[in-house]
Design a protein around this ligand. Structure first.
Ligand code: SF4
Length: 378
């Protein structure tokens, strides 16, 4: 039962009360209303609205999974202004694992109880669909029960082009090799004014959306993301979320929306300040209220930090991602936690102490274990 907040409700303005009525009735909010929420300083009200939706969808449950990342290479043909991860071939700090090394990495997780391997990396100048298909096959041979979520739309566009395959042909081939879903990366900010300044040459907005639409049509679910807190403003964020909401209306193929906070170290946008804690929480809340048709909202803890991820559960978030096992460098190279790892017990305790019920999930949000006694420890 969602807790009432009589004194908060009593203090609301006429406009806020109208928004509350709308959200309570399960109605969709407009772009103008989303902008008014972004501009609001009434943080308790934002938390209340977002939590109302969060409780309606998921009660007090908060999800996590046991996952690892494999980043086959950070060599990339692109040069996105916000990126701290990519390197040119031969540049210091560049890596490119061959398939035998990927196999060794998969073998090292054989008996670790993971349920998901997440694969993303730079857009390598030579590797194609056949190469990545072979990678998937080898991982599936070693970890047959593990869900493989792999390759952003940006990677997929180039590998398909290199293999002279349409996106549909490439996705079907990769699906046959073991691809289970695709991650939400590469979306950044869709608005052309901003996209041309931060990632002018890679997959356009239209291409990103078309690849996810094709994947959904082929029965490959995906996630979606938004890179925020750099040179965009609130209207660009709303435009971005509108395009995702519209696609979701058509396909219902997105499982989860993941706002990604811009981190400033070691990239060309280092002159910018990072967003504040309050801004991060506000962004989660508005996302939860606006994206009414995407079931899950994730706070990716290796990027946002454990404490903020925990707090975000009170701002609409229902998923904290996973155990990670120190397997990703994308955010640590931009200034986040250098060695991201959380044991299952830690994740459970983190969720419990925020007053929620931890639920271990698989990659499609089927519940694997509900930690029912959670609240008794609070
Ligand atoms: S964000 Fe992705 S596509 Fe852009 S430079 Fe970095 S690795 Fe390459």
């Amino acid at each position: 039962m969602f807790p009432e907040a009589p004194s908060l409700i009593k203090s609301l303005t006429k406009e806020e009360r109208a928004l509350l009525d709308k959200v309570k009735a399960g109605e969709r909010i407009s772009d103008e209303e989303a902008l008014s929420l972004y501009q609001s300083q009434n943080i308790p009200f934002l938390a209340y609205l977002a939590s109302l939706i969060r409780y309606r969808n998921h009660g007090k449950e908060a999800y996590f999974n046991r996952n690892v990342h494999i980043e086959p290479t950070n060599i990339c043909i692109y040069d996105c202004a916000f990126c701290s991860f990519a390197r040119r071939p031969g540049e210091g700090g560049a890596w490119e694992y061959d398939l035998d090394t990927i196999e060794q990495i998969a073998l090292s997780y054989k008996d670790k109880g993971i349920t998901e391997v997440h694969i993303t990396g730079g857009v390598h100048p030579k590797r194609d669909v056949k190469y990545y298909g072979e990678m998937l096959k080898r991982i599936k041979t070693i970890l047959p029960h593990v869900h493989i979520k792999a390759f952003t739309a940006v990677e997929l566009q180039v590998m398909c082009m290199r293999s002279k395959m349409s996106i549909e042909e490439g996705l079907l081939y990769l699906k046959d090799c073991g691809l289970d879903s695709i991650p939400g990366g590469g979306a950044e900010i869709f608005h052309p004014e901003i996209r041309k300044q931060i990632c002018n040459t890679k997959a356009t907005t239209e291409v990103w959306l078309a690849i996810h639409e094709t994947a959904h049509r082929l029965g490959i679910p995906s996630n979606c993301t938004m890179l925020y807190g750099h040179i965009e403003d609130y209207t660009h964020r709303i435009h971005h979320m509108r395009l995702l909401r519209e696609l979701q209306d058509k396909t219902q193929g997105f499982n989860c929306f993941i706002p990604l906070k811009f981190k400033r170290e070691n990239n060309r946008l280092s002159y910018l300040e990072e967003t504040s804690l309050l801004e991060d929480l506000k962004n989660y809340a508005v996302a939860r209220i606006y994206m009414d048709n995407i079931p899950h909202l994730k706070a990716y803890w290796p990027m946002i930090g454990k404490s903020t991820a925990q707090l975000s559960l009170h701002f609409g978030v229902d998923d904290l991602d996973g155990t990670i096992d120190d397997s990703t460098r994308i955010y640590s190279m931009a200034g986040a936690d250098a060695h991201p790892v959380m044991r299952t017990e830690e994740l459970v305790a983190l969720i419990q102490s925020a007053g929620f019920i931890p639920v271990e999930r698989d990659s499609l949000y089927n519940k694997l274990k509900v930690y029912q006694d959670a609240l008794s420890h609070v």
